[in-house]
Write a protein that binds this ligand. Structure first.
Ligand code: ZN
Length: 181
């Protein structure tokens, strides 16, 4: 297993639509293992391949911290086949550090995906699991959580993120300058 670098917005690769996996092979299984390790290292509950610059429709999810009955899910070509209700809850994203926003999602969903053995799995999800599935499938479609907000709100968040990025760069240059003195 290998730790991979998580892309942070405004990296353009986060806006790419991932391609469906045609064959479930060792390459995909290795990718899923790397993603699980990277998700745990980042203390996230989900990670989509687009977040590490791999445009394949695969995601890993682990909500066992909230519901220990649900083990690590390695989902290949996940899709929502049924949905019901609407619920708003706070969400964060490993690709959007510091951002926490109230996002409306389906309350209950039925998802279909292939597991690492190539078997088709269909499962009903609600609560955190349903939310994370929807968040990761959005990533695979090149969408980030702020794409679920109004244009006004989205603009504010993007400006804040760009400013934060600028500040870190200035801090670093400042520090390097002082170190050189
Ligand atoms: Zn995310």
């Amino acid at each position: 297993m290998a730790l991979r670098k998580i892309l942070v917005w405004p990296d353009k690769r986060l806006e790419e639509k991932a391609r469906p996996v045609v064959r479930v092979d060792d390459r995909i299984r290795k990718l899923l293992d790397d993603m699980a390790e990277t998700m745990y290292a980042g203390e996230g509950v989900g990670l989509a391949a687009t977040q590490i610059g791999e445009p394949a429709r695969v995601a890993v999810i682990d909500v066992s911290g909230a519901d220990e009955k649900v083990p690590l899910i390695r989902a290949i070509n996940p899709e929502i086949v049924e949905s019901e209700g609407r619920v708003t809850h706070e969400e964060g994203c490993l690709s959007l550090p510091e951002v926490r926003e109230e996002i409306a999602r389906f309350e209950k969903i039925k998802v279909r995906y292939k597991d690492p053995e190539g078997n088709t799995v269909e499962t009903a999800a609600h609560g955190l699991l349903a939310r994370v599935f929807q968040h990761e499938i959005d990533h695979l479609d090149g969408k980030l959580l702020f794409d679920r907000l109004s244009a006004l709100k989205r603009g504010l968040i993007k400006r804040k993120l760009k400013k934060a990025k600028l500040n870190t760069r200035e801090d670093r240059e400042d520090h390097e300058l002082r170190a050189a003195e």
